[in-house]
Write a protein that binds this ligand. Structure first.
Ligand SMILES: C[S@@+](CC[C@H](N)C(=O)[O-])C[C@H]1O[C@@H](n2cnc3c(N)ncnc32)[C@H](O)[C@@H]1O
Length: 209
């Protein structure tokens, strides 16, 4: 999935993935991350998600990575926060009290740049990536965060009827990607529909071994 694909999606407003409210499985299962007040939660491929608004309102700090400058600018505008912006290597760092967003390719964000994180919250990030990119993404995420515990929200459906993204990421795929570094537990699976096709939204808890 090339970066132009996503930039084009944002430019043309084709962002059906944006929920406009906190994700129900995040709200239901955030406690499984066992985070204290002020914990720093990393949202890879964060878009302009309202999950960030919700996490901030719950007393957490957030750090995100997002390719689209338009998404990041809109996120801060929606939050009514004016960030400071500086270049960090090939990414731009948007910084404000309790919020850091790295705008650019997530694979260009290293551990030192990201800083310490207490947990990862992946909603529609892993499933946004085609299979060949998922290995590099999963490895980078574990390296960037020292295998911090993770709440992973994804989709499973019949990939033969929809091309994706979002792609179907099966339980086998989650285990293949993460089993070496995490204990993996399925927290929830909720039946629904995706673009008119039956689909299941899944919530996984990954804990470092
Ligand atoms: C399906 S959307 C999910 C956004 C957000 N997590 C949400 O729940 O609304 C995937 C996002 O990943 C971003 N993205 C895609 N490839 C990326 C990359 N290599 N680095 C950083 N962000 C990327 C896209 O611009 C898009 O906003």
């Amino acid at each position: 999935m090339e970066s132009d694909f996503w930039r084009q999606k944002w430019q043309s407003g084709q962002i059906a993935f944006h929920e406009g409210r906190p994700n129900a499985l995040l709200v239901k299962h955030v406690h499984a991350l066992a985070l204290g007040t002020g914990a720093r939660v990393y949202l890879p491929l964060c878009g302009k998600t309202h999950d960030i608004h919700w996490l901030l309102s719950e007393g957490f700090r957030v750090v995100g990575a997002e390719l689209s400058a338009l998404a990041v600018e809109t996120l801060f505008s929606d939050l009514a926060i004016t960030p400071s912006v500086s270049a960090k290597g090939s990414v731009n760092h948007y910084a404000a009290e309790g919020v850091d967003i790295f705008q650019g390719d997530i694979l260009a964000v290293d551990r030192a740049t990201l800083g310490p994180v207490d947990a990862v919250y992946d909603r529609a990030a892993l499933v946004a990536l085609p299979a060949p990119t998922r290995d590099r993404y999963a490895a980078a995420l574990a390296d960037q965060t020292d295998s911090a515990r993770q709440l992973l929200i994804g989709f499973e459906y019949d990939q033969s009827v929809l091309p994706g993204p979002p792609f179907s990421v099966t339980a086998d795929e989650v285990r293949r990607l993460y089993d070496a570094r995490y204990d993996i537990a399925l927290l929830d699976s909720v039946g629904g529909a995706l673009k008119g096709q039956p689909a299941t939204e899944t919530a996984w808890l990954l804990r470092p071994r």
